[in-house]
Structures are given as C-alpha cells and as structure tokens.
Design a protein around this ligand. Structure first.
Ligand SMILES: *Cc1c(COP(=O)(O)O)cnc(C)c1O
Length: 369
C-alpha cells in the first residue's frame, strides 16, 4: 500500500467510492473563527458560548473523571439522567441524552425521518436543522420568519400528511425572538397528533419574558411534544457536548434506540452532574449575561441601530448587503461575530470588556441598519 501516492488517493481514481448525492449540497461546517486585532486582542462573540470558564467544582469533577478514561462510559448515563430528572422534576423515563443537543437532534431525526418525510422549521433558524435533515434523507420545509420571529400560522399551514417533525426554536437562533404561550399553544393545537414537535430551548435560562412558556409545562399533556435542552450555553459546557430531550416515555424510549453507543463520554457525564449541583452559581452568571444583554441592546438602540428584542445571549443586527462590511469592521478590532452574508450578523453577549469593544465598533460603523 505504501507505493500508492497521496495524489492518486486524493483524486479518487483508484477508489471510485459512491457517496450519497445529498453530500454534494453540503459545505463543511464553518466554526466561529478566531480573529485578532492589530494590538493582539481577540474577543470571540461568534458562537453564543458562556464567557466563563468552568466552576472549580466542575473542573474538579472533570479531573476526577479523567482518571478513569480507560473505562467505557455508562451507556445509560444513569447518574446524569437521574440528576436531570431531579433538577427538572420529570421522571427519568422521560429523559434521553445525546452528544450535544445537535446529537440529540440527529437522534430525533433518526427516530422519525426518512426519504419522503418532511421536516418543517422556521428560516432563518439554527443551522444544524438543514444539515441534519439533509443527512436523514428527509426534506426540509423552511418557513420564512415574519418580523424576525416564527410565523406559526404559516408553519401550521406548511404541515401536511408527510410532515413528521416540526422544530420551534424558542428563543430563535440567530434572531433572539420568542414565541409566547398563547400563540404556541394555539399552534400546538393545530399540529396533528402523529407529528413530533421539538421545542428547542437551548437558551431557556436567558429568557426573562414571563409570557414565554417553559416547554416542560407544555409537554405533559401533549405526547407529541418534546423539549430539547443543552449544557452548552448557560451551563458553560459547550466543549463537552451534552444535550437532552424530555418527552413522553414512549417517545423518549424511541429516541434512546437511536443513541450512538457511548457518545456522551464519561467526563461529560461527570461534568453534567457537577453542573446541575452548581445551578445556583451558574444562574448567577446567567443573570450577569442577561444584564449585559440589556446594556448592549440599549447602547445599540441609543446609537441608532435597530435590534430586535432578544431573550437569548446574543443580539441580531439585520444588515443585508452590509453584513460582511460590518463583520470585517468587527474583525479589525479583534471581535469575531457570526455573519450570515446578505442577511445580518449575530453577536454573542460576552464579558463586559468584550461587549464594550463590540459596542465601540457598532457606534463607529458608518451605516446603521
Ligand atoms: C447552541 C444551540 C444548541 C446547542 O447545541 P449543542 O449541540 O448542545 O452544543 C441547540 N440549539 C440551538 C438553537 C442552539 O443555538
């Protein structure tokens, strides 16, 4: 095998592998990039992460778990599921975990999607949806946002007998907008009982609008509704990859069957348990981020920007054709944001210092939106 040159291998001539045609439509995932200012400063506001490192108690749990990595993880994530069950007041049989909520999303699709099936979601919304729907072989049905928010009437109308799953991202990534209880309940009433509704609540801990329902109060009477949560945002464990879903036991059971064995690793499980034990400290941090969010938005409004009310840990600036110009202006000061070319930029709430830097760029930018 050693005399096969890299070139021969790379051009595929010796290996005419047939790939799924769906792969041709995909571009590789672009991670939030790291940019550095001329002074060597770098502020990463592109991926909605927590600006805080792990709490000492969580770090300790990680270090302890690291001593046992010669062993396989608990495939049932028993302690983690017990801790989630206790924290949220739901039976353990209602919970399924996965490798980040992206991993859980893939599990949900593996449980219900197949060629011919349709998956409905708002657009623009979370970028993982089209990717994972495409990989599942099902068809994406994207319903445009109205005034930066879910158009639940249009989404209900987009549902037909082929629809197997609907995502409702609440608050919506990247616009930060929410759907409130009355409109969400009216929507759920219109969804056929055999169609799964996924309430993606990745940013639930940042919500302060009391009219926004906690999905955990909605799923109990509705067997086709599941609630998706993550440890990546408020819990500050984006690098460890833990997400979970709460639903009726039959649904949770079906979802668990699609789990890639051992994909929530043992360090992640230990860190998840330790984080749930430190919820108070973590929610204090979230409160700080919420205060900063309001400060950032107020500063942008004062500078003449239009910024939708946001209930998440980011703000959305609809910039249209000026999006990349704005993103470049941020890059030049070492602030990385998440641009969607031709649409707008999403900017995470970071530490006060990082937010000040972003505000300074926005104030100096020659155009408003
Ligand atoms: C960040 C985010 C998630 C979390 O993904 P993980 O895989 O858990 O890191 C899920 N849903 C939405 C809408 C998000 O923005």
């Amino acid at each position: 095998m050693s005399d096969v040159s890299a070139d021969q291998t790379a051009d595929g001539q010796n290996a005419p592998v047939r790939f799924r045609s769906v792969l041709e439509r995909f571009v590789a995932y672009k991670p939030g990039k790291v940019v550095v200012s001329p002074e060597g400063r770098s502020f990463k506001l592109s991926s909605n992460e927590s600006p805080h490192g792990p709490l000492p108690s969580v770090q300790e749990a990680v270090e302890r778990a690291a001593r046992d990595v010669n062993r396989y993880p608990d495939n049932n994530a028993t302690a983690l599921i017990e801790a989630i069950s206790a924290k949220y007041g739901v039976p353990a049989a209602h919970v399924a975990v996965g490798c980040g909520s992206v991993g859980v999303t893939q599990m949900l699709l593996a449980a219900v999607a197949e060629p011919g099936a349709e998956i409905v979601y708002a657009w623009r919304s979370f970028e993982a949806y089209p990717l994972l729907v495409g990989l599942s072989g099902a068809t994406s049905v994207q319903v445009p946002l109205r005034e930066e928010a879910h158009d639940l009437d249009a989404m209900a109308e987009a549902i037909n007998e082929n629809t197997r799953l609907v995502f409702v991202c609440n608050p919506n990534n990247p616009t930060g907008t929410v759907v409130r209880r009355a409109e969400l309940e009216a929507f759920l009433d219109r969804v056929p009982a055999d169609c799964l509704v996924v309430l993606d609540e990745a940013y639930r801990e940042y919500v302060r609008d009391e009219e926004v329902p906690d999905g955990l109060t909605l799923y109990r009477d509705r067997p086709n509704v599941v609630v998706l949560r993550t440890f990546s945002k408020a819990y500050g464990l984006a690098g460890l990859r833990i997400g979970f879903v709460v639903g009726h036991p039959k649904v949770a059971e079906a979802i668990r069957k699609t789990y890639l064995p051992f994909s929530v690793n043992s360090i992640a499980q230990a860190a998840g348990v330790a984080s749930l034990a430190a919820t108070g400290e973590l929610m204090d941090r979230v409160e700080g981020t919420v205060k900063e969010r309001e400060r950032v938005r107020d500063a942008l409004l004062a500078a003449g920007w239009t910024v939708p009310t946001t209930e998440a840990n980011f703000v959305w600036l609809r910039l249209g054709e000026r999006t990349m110009e704005f993103s470049a202006a941020c890059d030049a000061r070492g602030v990385s944001v998440r641009p969607f070319p031709g649409e707008g930029a999403r900017v995470s709430i970071g530490s006060p210092e990082e937010n000040d830097e972003f505000i300074a760029v926005a104030e100096a930018f020659p155009h408003r939106n």
